[in-house]
Write a protein that binds this ligand. Structure first.
Ligand code: PLP
Length: 395
């Protein structure tokens, strides 16, 4: 397949087809290339490859055909010029910051982001002289107030985890442009199947491929998507030097995950929508957070910005921590784990797990109550999932 421009093809076609380059064997499925290095035809070719005057593989810390297929496919899905694959989602965020920032630069980040990303920004980047200010996700005025002359990067996840709050990506991208900063969106929860931040004006998209891109809980990986200069040169340059690249085996697993991405995300949305509506009618439930519900304060924005409402929901049960733990412990099929983006449904009590290290005050500010439960809805039957929760809610 020598299609260069995938933009005229629909997402489901790109997810199955983009990026594949068949070898001389004519294999139908994508091949895995488990090789650390590559051989050259002669000394002159070796010299040309190293000098960069001839394109081609040298070493798998730089490039690998299976990894490249994954990168090209994800770039086609997000509508980006370039994509670099990384060893994990955290490596993608770190490589983006390390590749594009220097000491003295400043980041403004949503405070409702993945906990480890907060630690990366505060503890590690801080040590190298890159400071981060945290702002409430949906408050555009707070974003603007936090921007300084040395601010280089705005960082956001939308919808947020676990409360499914949104920010208007187009408005935030406009602010970033006006202030001369880059907008980086961690698109882990929506994936390109539901939301394409680059088309809304964002500069860079981050992925934890570990979640929905794999979708079946098998491998850890990540990716950065954006333009040729910043991602294709700067972030790639950092990565080939510092080394947290993706292995060809993992790239192959993610490629196979991408082929069913649209199908799975539609099913996750459908299932989560049904479960959210059912939860809203349960007497033991105080409140349900899901962008697809008319009761969600940003339901209209979600409908405009996303092509589906996602697989993640949270709800508050009456009776605080004790009642919430009762619901968790009464489940039989849901997995009690903080992971998400799997065919298997997971249930978490954020206040004592993902947000357990926060002070009571920080938790209250973040809206994480003791009665809050998060469910990442998988692909089991909705009726069975309802029964699984009903047991604890009724007890
Ligand atoms: C899991 C996750 C990450 C980190 O990804 P890893 O693959 O675990 O390193 C980053 N952002 C979000 C939103 C995540 O859920």
């Amino acid at each position: 397949m020598d299609i260069e421009d995938w933009s005229e093809y629909d997402l489901d076609t790109r997810a199955v087809r983009a990026g594949q380059q068949r070898s001389a064997e004519g294999e139908h499925a994508e091949a895995i290339f488990p090789t650390s290095s590559y051989v050259f035809a002669n000394a002159a070719q070796a010299a040309a490859r190293f000098a960069g005057t001839e394109p081609g593989n040298i070493y798998s810390r730089f490039t690998n055909p299976t990894v490249r297929t994954f990168q090209d496919r994800l770039a086609a899905l997000e509508g980006g010029e370039a994509c670099v694959a990384t060893a994990s989602g955290m490596a993608a965020i770190y490589a983006t910051c390390a590749g594009l920032l220097k000491s003295g630069d400043h980041i403004v980040s949503s405070r409702s982001i993945f906990g480890t990303t907060t630690i990366l920004f505060s503890n590690y980047l801080g040590r190298f002289g890159v400071e981060t200010s945290f702002v409430p996700l949906a408050d555009l005025e707070a974003w603007e107030r936090a921007i300084r002359p040395e601010t280089r990067l705005l960082f956001v996840e939308t919808p947020s985890n676990p409360l499914t709050e949104l920010v208007d990506i187009r408005a935030l991208a406009e602010l970033a442009r006006r202030k001369g900063c880059l907008l980086v969106v961690d698109n882990c929860f929506c994936t390109p199947a539901l939301q394409q931040p680059l088309a809304l004006g964002a500069d860079i998209v981050i992925h934890s491929a570990t979640k929905y891109l794999d979708g079946q809980g098998r491998c850890v990986g990540g990716a950065v998507v954006g333009d040729r200069e910043r991602v294709g040169k700067e972030v790639f340059g950092f990565l080939r030097t510092c080394g947290p690249t993706m292995s060809p085996f993992n790239a192959w697993v993610f490629l196979k995950g991408l082929e069913t991405l649209g199908l799975r995300m539609r099913a996750h949305c459908e299932q989560a929508g049904q479960l959210a509506a059912w939860l809203e009618g349960q007497p033991g439930v105080e409140r349900v957070h899901y962008p697809g519900l008319a009761s969600h304060p940003q339901h209209e924005l979600a409908g405009r910005q996303q092509s589906g409402f996602g697989g993640l929901l949270s709800f508050e049960v009456k009776g605080g921590r004790e009642a919430a733990w009762r619901v968790v412990d009464a489940t039989r099929i849901m997995s009690i784990t903080a992971n998400l983006g799997d065919t298997k449904t997971t249930i978490t009590h954020p206040a004592t797990t993902t947000h357990g290290r926060l002070t009571d005050e920080q938790r209250a500010e973040a809206g994480i109550s003791q009665g809050l439960l998060r469910v990442a809805v998988g692909l089991e039957s909705v009726r069975d999932l309802q029964n699984d929760l009903a047991r604890g809610l009724g007890a």
